[in-house]
Design a protein around this ligand. Structure first.
Ligand code: UN1
Length: 496
């Protein structure tokens, strides 16, 4: 099954069957492939080749670079179902979410193609006569992308589509848990490169490797930008190492996303939004809803409605019409159980959370999503546990709800359900949510590519995807041009 998909997507047999690193599907825990791992020397050689490719690519006009990304978008459209299914096999996502992830790749390609004709700079007035100033944007260099298992292809595509139109070369270190979707995405990009004709070889490369290989990439001064998605723990290592060599980084780390449920909220809509955000992707999105801050007047009702809805969720094989697939692996399951026992010890009333389908899939980890009724935001609630656990807490006044929203170390996504315009605006104001994303009447997850994606505090501060995130992938230059016959100095300085 997986072999056939990989064949169809253009990955050679040798690339997925002969390596030392086994790949398991979270669907039943079975081994589906074996890939080779790069050591630090191999990574260094790839960076060298990427740098050569960069030197050629940066001189290609941006709209022509956009043509490559346009072709890539077309190749992705033709291969959407195969790649989406491979995402399901490798990451355990349900079919709809695997397809959605590939759609997200297509969307960012479309965005980047438009952008390739809109890399606008500013013109700036000068204080000196006969002078003018401007700001120009140039390609940056080699971009190193480090991605996580939970969005094994879309996050790379956000980075790569922007990096390519902005004139950079890319080297990608995917999660060791999901190298197959990386090899397949790379094969599809290579197909687009062949159709394009004269893109430099090694413009995009994959490097599957362990920690040492990752460090080699992070420490290499030839990598101008590291864009890393993963845990806060990973970011704490990567950020300072890149900074120590004055490299640039875009960090997209942990989230601990909350919804405020106000008394005026449309509860039918809220229940649907909570289900998608808290239970979707088996709670393994960085945007997953983890905290529900419900007004005391609606808390009991929402708890009852959620418990009823949770009891109807179909859990099982992600390609067989279920809503919740497996956790990625055993350690994820263990982290979930640990968090639930801490929650109990801290006064939480837990429903759900138990392992399911153990007889059918002894080597896979399916769980019933958990709801934890908490009186206050205790220590365990402040941590991101990458599993479907929703903590539900009460509030009385809107200011208290906003304080709870903000009183965690992470700052990725947040939302409010309310029909009171004052509350909605307050939530999005300077004294409202401190997160990178703050929504009204939609959940915390499932962002479109058109906005900048990322968050504050321990989420790392980086922005990827839409809006002007492309500026992070370019070198900004300030130009002052003198078209007069004099040489006046700025600030009125006389130097005669
Ligand atoms: C992630 O979990 O790392 O907003 C990315 C969302 C998706 C992206 C999630 N568009 O949920």
């Amino acid at each position: 099954m997986v072999d056939e998909l990989l064949d169809r997507l253009g990955v050679t047999r040798a690339a997925f069957s002969s390596g030392a690193h086994p790949v398991h599907t979270p669907i039943d825990g079975s081994r589906i492939a074996a890939v080779a791992l790069d050591d630090a020397a191999a990574v260094s050689a790839k960076i060298g080749r990427a740098h050569e490719a960069f030197k050629v690519w940066r001189a290609v006009p941006a709209p022509r670079r956009g043509e490559l990304v346009r072709l890539f978008g077309e190749v992705l459209r033709r291969n959407k179902s195969a790649l989406g299914e491979l995402v399901s096999w490798e990451a355990g996502k349900i079919a709809q979410e695997g397809l959605g992830e590939v759609q997200e790749m297509i969307d960012i390609c479309d965005f980047a193609v438009g952008l390739s004709r809109q890399l606008y700079g500013l013109t700036i007035v000068s204080e000196r006569p006969g002078h003018h100033m401007r700001e120009t944007w140039s390609p940056l260099g080699v971009v190193g992308v480090i991605s996580a298992f939970n969005f094994p292809v879309a996050v790379w595509a956000w980075n790569t589509a922007l990096a390519l139109v902005t004139g950079n070369a890319v080297i990608w270190k995917p999660s060791e848990k999901t190298p197959l979707t990386a090899l397949a995405s790379q094969a599809l990009l290579e197909q687009a490169m062949r159709e394009f004709g004269d893109a430099p070889q090694f413009l995009s490369q994959v490097s599957v490797g362990d920690r040492a290989a990752g460090q080699a990439m992070v420490d290499d001064p030839r990598v101008a930008l590291i864009s890393a998605t993963g845990s806060t723990r990973m970011g704490r290592e990567v950020g300072p190492r890149v900074a120590a060599r004055f490299g640039r980084s875009i960090l997209e780390l942990g989230g601990n996303n909350a919804m405020i449920l106000a008394p005026s909220a449309d509860l039918d809509m809220a229940v649907r939004a909570i289900l998608f955000s808290a239970v979707g992707t088996a709670g393994q999105r960085c945007t997953t809803l983890r905290r529900l801050i419900a007004h005391e007047s609606v808390k009991e009702e929402i708890l009852a409605r959620l418990q009823a809805a949770y009891s109807r969720i179909r859990i099982g094989h992600p390609l067989e019409g279920n809503l919740v697939g497996p956790l990625i692996d055993q350690s994820s399951y263990e982290a979930m159980q640990k968090a639930l026992s801490l929650a109990r010890a801290q006064g939480g009333k837990v429903s759900g959370g138990e392992r399911c389908l153990q007889e059918k899939y002894p080597d896979a980890y399916y769980v019933a999503p958990a709801i934890v009724d908490m009186a206050t935001q205790t220590e365990v609630v402040q941590h991101e546990t990458f599993a479907p656990i929703l903590y539900v807490m009460p509030y009385r006044e809107i200011d208290e709800a906003i304080r709870l929203n903000n009183e965690v170390p992470q700052g990725l996504s947040s939302c409010i359900f309310t029909t009171d315009v004052r509350e909605a605006e307050l939530f999005q104001s300077a004294v409202g949510s401190d997160c990178g994303i703050a929504n009204v009447n939609i959940g915390t997850s499932g962002a479109e590519i058109g906005g900048a994606f990322g968050g504050e505090k321990e989420t790392g501060g980086g922005r990827e995807s839409g809006s002007d995130a492309w500026k992070g992938y370019m070198r900004r230059q300030t130009n002052t041009i003198n078209y007069s016959r004099e040489l006046p100095l700025a600030q009125g300085i006389s130097f005669d």
